[in-house]
Design a binder for this molecule. Structure first.
Ligand SMILES: NC(=O)CC[C@H](N)C(=O)O
Length: 192
C-alpha cells in the first residue's frame, strides 16, 4: 500500500511517520507524476490559502481533483479538509471541491486557540485524542457524506465514500487509530 502525502506546505513528516507506523509505505507528493505511484493520499494541515497557491503554481490542482473524483482515496486534515470541501463559508473560492461539505475556516479562533479533546469517531473509537489548531469545522454535509464525529455541536469528521476529512491533527499524537482507519479504506478500495 503506497500512501502519498501532499508535501507543498504544512505537517508533512508527521504524516509520513503516522502512515509508516500503520504498516503502509509513504510517498512525498510534490509533482504531478508522483500521483501515479499511489493508492491513497493525505492532504495535511497547514494553511489552505498557501497550499492553494502552491497547487496552482505547480499545476497540481486539476490532476489531483480528477484522481480523487476517479476514486483515489483521500484524507484531508484541518487545512486538507478545507481543500476537499465543495464550499467555504464566506468565500467564493473552492479548492478541490470534491466532498459534499461546507467548511467554516478558523472556526475555533486563532492560533492560540489550540486544544485537545477526547472524541468519539464512528467506526474508529470512543476516545480519540483530537488536537485542534486554528481548526475549521464542517457547517453542513449533503449527498452521501456521513458525519462520523461531532464536538461541541459542530461536525469535525466526515466520511464520503473513499474520502475522509477531519478538523483536527491525527499526526500530532502517537495514536494511529484514525490513520489506520484510512489505511483500511485504501486497502478496501484497492481490492475492488
Ligand atoms: N491547522 C490548520 O491546518 C489550520 C487551517 C487554517 N486555519 C486554514 O484555513 O487553512
Amino acid at each position: 500500500m503506497k500512501i502519498g502525502v501532499l508535501a507543498l506546505q504544512g505537517a508533512v513528516q508527521e504524516h509520513v511517520r503516522a502512515i509508516e507506523s500503520c504498516g503502509a509505505e509513504s510517498v512525498i507528493i510534490k509533482r504531478i507524476e508522483h500521483l501515479d505511484e499511489i493508492d491513497g493520499i493525505v492532504l495535511p494541515g497547514g494553511e489552505s490559502t498557501a497550499m492553494r497557491k502552491l497547487l496552482d503554481h505547480i499545476g497540481l490542482l486539476e490532476p489531483l481533483r480528477k484522481k480523487i473524483i476517479n476514486g483515489l482515496p483521500a484524507f484531508g486534515t484541518c487545512a486538507g479538509m478545507i481543500l476537499l470541501a465543495k464550499e467555504i463559508q464566506g468565500s467564493d473560492t473552492v479548492h478541490l471541491g470534491v466532498m459534499d461539505t461546507v467548511a467554516e475556516r478558523n472556526a475555533y479562533g486563532r492560533q492560540v486557540d489550540s486544544f485537545e479533546v477526547p472524541l468519539a469517531i464512528k467506526g474508529v473509537c470512543d476516545d480519540y485524542p483530537a488536537v485542534f489548531i486554528r481548526a475549521p469545522y464542517i457547517e453542513s454535509v449533503s449527498g452521501d457524506a456521513e458525519v462520523i464525529s461531532e464536538y461541541d455541536g459542530h461536525i469535525v469528521a466526515v466520511r464520503q465514500r473513499h474520502m475522509l476529512a477531519a478538523s483536527f491533527h491525527p499526526e500530532l499524537t502517537d495514536d494511529t487509530r484514525l490513520m489506520n482507519y484510512f489505511v483500511e479504506m485504501v486497502k478496501e478500495n484497492s481490492s475492488k
